[in-house]
Each structure stands twice: as C-alpha cells, then as structure tokens.
Ligand binder design. Structure first.
Ligand code: MN
Length: 409
C-alpha cells in the first residue's frame, strides 16, 4: 500500500462553529477550546472573525499569543479594514494565516453584494495582495463556489493564486452538493486552472442535507488537500463537516481513502466533551464517533457478540477515539444474560447460575419502566436476589427463594 497523502486539517470550531446559534463562547472559553484543538493535533485553528466584534478580535489575539504550534487563522472580508483588523489580531502569532472571502455566485453577487463579476474579481485580487503584505500564508474562499459560474470561478481562482493566495477554499456554502458532483467539481477546476499547482485546494462543506462528511471525502478524491471541519460538526445551520467523523473515516477506511491527518484520535472524545460543556449544548446521543451511544450496545445479540469479539459489532475501538470501554454495554429491556453476568462480574460479584438468572429477569423487568439500568440499580437487584427477605439474611432462605423464582435458566 502506498503512503497515505497528508491532509491539512483546518478547524473552524471557533469561527463558523462559534457563530452558529447557541454556540457562542467568551474569550476564556475560546482559549481553552483552542488549547484542546492544539493537543488534538489540528494544523490550523481558525480563531475568529476579528472585525465582527472586539471580543472576537481579543479571542484571536489571545489564542495567537498563547497557542504556538498550529497556524492561527483569522477571517476577513475583502475590504482593507477587515484585513488590517485580522492582521492586528494575528500579530502575536508564531505562524498566522489571513483568510479572506468573497462570494462568486451570481446569486450572491447580485442579491446580496450588488456587485458585478468584474468588481468581484478586482476586490478578491486586491484583498489577497493586501493580506500578503502581512503574512505569506493567505487563504482565499470563493463563497457559494459550488453554485458559481464555472468559467468565472476559474478566472477568480487563477487571479487570486497569481496575487499570492496559497490556499484556495471552495465552499459548498449551502450544503447543496452531492459527493459525485463535488469530486468532479474539484477535479475539473484543478485541471482547468493553469496555476492550480501553486496552491492547496480546500473543501468547506455544510451539512444541510447530511452530506458534509461524504462531500469532504469526495473532495479529497477530487484533489483537495485541506479540509475545513469542526468539532461535533458545529457551524451555520446544520453545521460543517464533523472533524471526528472525517478523521475516523480516513483511519478506518484508509483502503478506500488513502489520506491521513495528524490528529491524535484518542483525544477526540475529550475535545467533543469540552466543547459541549463550554457551550452547554449536549452532543446528540447517537452522534457518530463521540455520541454516548456510538459504542453502546443494549440488544442481547449484539452484547453477546461484543463480549465474544468486539469486532462483531464495532468497526473501531472506543479507546481509539477516547470513549470509555466501561460504558459499552448498556443494561436495559433488550439486554442479554451474558451482558448482565459480565456487568455483575465487573462490579465484583460472583453469582451462581441461578442468581444470575434472577438478576437477569429483574433487569429485564425493571427495563420495562426505565431507559437504562445503572450500576446502582444493578447492585440493589443483586442485593435483593442474595437476601430475598430483608428480615432473614440466611443463606438457606436465599437458596429457597432463588429456586422459588424458578426461571429455569
Ligand atoms: Mn461556512
């Protein structure tokens, strides 16, 4: 097998993610999230949009001053004041990137910006030139690229690369593209733009149709080498491509996607939990990779399989993404006897076969009224089974009682 191509991870949790409803963070929260992203191993942290507010600028400044390994990026429209404000906020950074953007679709140009194509082209070029005066690392994003006129988009890309853009990001701003389409989109553009080899192409896919990760994977096949992602997939509306899903798709299915990142996957769960606690927004229980159910099994057949060989129902190990193995088997109405026994043993109880039978029946019965049976519930059940009558703790009584239940297990 050939060595996987290295993919640059551009994390936008603190910019696109943070600007989504319910996810705003104060400066100390952003700083602590940035430290977690650094530990996770992302290549670039987009720390904010400095012109948007003084707090945004301050967060970028503090992150730039104290998070030294990753490149710190700041967003700017193509106006001079945006770019200068981004540059000021980024000044303390070890390595900085100015990320300037302008819509290229006719819809955005006419309805939103009231700008001609020619003015758009000029503004994009001028912004990249100005940004290059502050840093050698400049990214240009053609907002709504996937709905832009292809010939015009190619002209803009060629011009911004000539002006000094080192990364060209082509967002699927409204999450409208399909995987086959976005692969062909990037392949076509990279083939057509004469100076395409002088820039890294980047995908920024939104999740309006739930296709953000699939589209990002397809974009890699189309020639992209930077992915814009966020923790827990947060971002405008339905969010961005989820960092944890993208990273693990590449790890688990390297046979289909010969690309890799520098992300330390065992830190994924902690980063996800930190974001959830900083924003007080819970992670969807069945969220891939980091949801609390992502490695949980309640159905008896699945529990039995996992106890015999986890690979029967798991394509990756919980510890590889930082999830706890202990929470893997959930006891409830659908649980099997094998899982009940295994949990009793984990709690330090050695039970007879008859006792296990009783505990199992009690778990199923309690599960009719409860979503899940915790360790406390299980201890109480074991207690009851072992001392059936509270007044008599004698062993013979327990024997009789156990047989009396007669579950014939
Ligand atoms: Mn976006």
């Amino acid at each position: 097998m050939t060595t996987p191509a290295r993919v640059v991870v551009f994390d936008t949790t603190l910019r696109d993610g943070e600007q989504a409803p319910g996810f705003s963070m104060d400066v100390p929260s952003k700083l602590s999230m940035a430290r977690s992203l650094d530990a996770l191993g992302v290549d670039i942290i987009e720390a904010g949009f400095p012109i948007a507010s003084p707090a945004d600028a301050e967060a970028v400044r503090q992150i730039a001053a104290s998070v030294r390994r990753p490149v710190i990026a700041a967003l700017a429209r193509t106006t001079a004041k945006d770019i200068e404000e981004a540059a000021r906020a980024l000044a303390p950074a070890e390595r900085s990137r100015i990320h300037t953007f302008l819509a290229t679709s006719d819809l955005h140009l006419s309805a939103k910006l009231r700008m001609t194509r020619e003015a758009c082209l000029e503004s994009a070029v001028a912004a990249v030139r100005l940004a290059r005066g502050f840093t050698s690392d400049v990214e240009f994003s053609a907002e709504d690229a996937t709905r832009s006129d292809r010939d015009f988009l190619c002209r803009v890309i060629e011009a911004v690369i000539d002006a000094g853009a080192t990364t060209v990001n082509l967002p699927d701003t409204v999450g409208y593209a399909t995987p086959d389409e976005i692969q062909a989109f990037f392949a076509d553009i990279i083939a057509r733009v004469p100076n395409a080899d002088r820039a890294v192409f980047s995908a920024h896919c939104h999740n309006d149709l739930g296709l953000a990760v699939a589209n990002t994977l397809a974009a890699l096949r189309g020639g992209v080498r930077q992915v814009e992602v966020s923790i827990n997939g947060i971002g405008e509306r339905a969010g961005n491509a989820s960092l944890e899903e993208l990273v693990m798709a590449l790890r688990v299915r390297g046979d289909r996607f010969p690309y890799d990142t520098a992300v330390e996957s065992p830190r994924l769960f902690d980063a996800s939990q930190l974001l959830s606690s900083l924003t007080s927004e819970p992670v969807q229980a069945n969220k891939a990779i980091v949801g609390r159910n992502a490695f949980a099994h309640e159905a008896g057949i699945h529990q039995d399989g996992v106890l015999k060989d986890a690979r029967t129902y798991e394509i990756m190990r919980p510890e590889d993404v930082g999830q706890s193995v202990a929470s893997r088997l959930v006891l409830g109405r659908h649980s099997g006897r094998h899982a009940v026994q295994s949990r009793c043993e984990a709690l330090g109880f050695t039970l007879t076969s008859a006792e296990i039978g009783e505990v199992y029946r009690a778990v199923i019965s309690l599960g009719e009224h409860r979503k899940a049976i915790g360790d406390g519930d299980l201890r109480r059940i074991i207690d009851r089974v072992r001392t059936p009558s509270s007044s008599s703790a004698a062993t013979p009584g327990h024997q009789v009682e156990a047989i009396g239940y007669g579950h014939g297990v």
